[in-house]
Design a protein around this ligand. Structure first.
Ligand SMILES: Nc1nc2c(ncn2[C@@H]2O[C@H](COP(=O)(O)OP(=O)(O)OP(=O)(O)O)[C@@H](O)[C@H]2O)c(=O)[nH]1
Ligand SMILES: [Mg+2]
Length: 337
């Protein structure tokens, strides 16, 4: 549970010493796993909200919508997200301050590479920390989520089951999915949403906040995420690779930022794109370097939007054979949590 992990208690100040005997709290003012005494100890809420589910159901779209920033990259391809990415939201709700620490996670898959094992360990880590779990499914769900369900059965953390992409379905189809889940999962709530069109996001926010424990914030208020700027630079380049290349090329690519210099007028970024085979390198470059140039321009434009500053971007394409199965490479690329 996030609230019991002192290591994460980065910016929390000591809770004020209150006299608890006079305070009465209504049931809905307490989170599911806290006592009235705990609830009364701190006049604000803070906690960890894990977004999990199968690949491509819209987890990253949902996190960006909930945080109000484009933190996680989104593509139409499965397995876009490879890390646990925190998005932090501070605010006030009914006069109480809150801090929500969302975690976007990789889609749950059966590992085929060491890379996947590491991705699944990020999912496990986020489940261990969670105060609330958002289990995202979508309208195309084939009900083959037994592996996910098994994991959820082991936890006493409240689960909010979401049926996403309802903008692509009829109301009958939505009703059918909701009925299915109501029967098959012990969820605190089952809710239809459209992460893309922000449908029911306010309702979801209310469902989350009332289940958050009373606790001081975990992170300083001006922090939007746990990841450094370089991480987002590499993700943005990776997103453009996912958008511009087909088949195994995006999955065989990793981006490493080798230089990141912030000047007054611009940011100078050097990056390496690593692929597993020389043939993939040739595809990335394209005829006369056309494809990598296009990808580089798209990435630079997005980087400029993200950092709100002019960006100079250099990209080099290198071959790192079998990096998805090499522990040393994975560690170097940040998959060692
Ligand atoms: N129509 C529609 N499309 C959506 C919605 N939410 C997400 N999508 C699309 O679904 C695709 C996958 O979205 P992501 O947010 O990347 O999904 P994800 O679950 O993070 O995927 P992985 O990181 O691969 O596990 C993208 O093309 C999104 O635009 C929605 O509510 N409606
Ligand atoms: Mg994602």
């Amino acid at each position: 549970m996030g609230s019991s992990n002192n290591e994460k208690n980065l910016s929390a100040e000591a809770a004020p010493d209150l006299d608890l005997t006079d305070i009465e709290l209504a049931d809905d003012e307490m989170a599911p796993n806290e006592t009235a005494e705990e609830a009364a100890r701190y006049p604000g809420r803070a906690g960890f909200v894990s977004i999990i589910g199968k690949p491509n159901v819209g987890k990253s779209t949902l996190m960006n919508q909930l945080v109000g920033e484009r933190l996680s990259i989104i593509t139409a391809k499965a397995q876009t997200t490879r890390h646990r990415i925190m998005g932090i939201l501070n605010g006030n709700h009914n006069g109480e301050p809150f801090q929500l620490v969302y975690s976007d996670t990789p889609g749950i898959i059966k590992p085929m590479y060491k890379l996947h094992e590491s991705m699944m360990s990020f999912v496990r880590g986020s489940l261990e920390d969670a105060d609330v779990i958002l289990f995202v499914t979508d309208i195309f769900e084939q009900h083959d989520e037994n592996d996910v369900l098994e994991r959820l059965q082991k936890t006493d953390v409240p689960v909010i089951l979401l049926v996403n992409k309802i903008d692509l379905a009829t109301s009958e189809q939505v009703e059918e999915k909701l009925a299915y889940w109501q029967e098959h999962i012990q969820a605190a709530e089952v809710m239809p949403i459209s992460a893309l069109n922000a449908v029911n996001i306010d309702r979801l926010f209310d469902a989350i906040i009332t289940r958050l424990p009373h606790h001081p914030p975990f992170f300083p208020e001006d922090e939007l995420t746990d990841k450094p700027e370089r991480f987002f630079a590499s993700e943005i380049i990776r997103e453009k690779i996912f958008l511009n290349y087909k088949k195994e090329v995006p999955y065989s690519s990793e981006v490493v930022i080798t230089g990141f210099k912030e000047r007054d007028d611009m940011i100078v970024i050097s990056s390496e794109i690593l692929v597993e085979r020389p043939t993939q390198r040739a595809i990335l470059l394209g005829e006369g370097g056309k494809m990598i140039k296009k990808t580089g321009i798209m990435a630079r434009e997005e980087l400029e939007r993200f950092f709100n500053k002019k960006v100079f971007l250099e990209t080099f394409v290198k071959v790192e054979p079998d990096w998805r199965n090499k522990e040393r490479s994975l560690k170097q690329f940040g998959y060692d949590e």
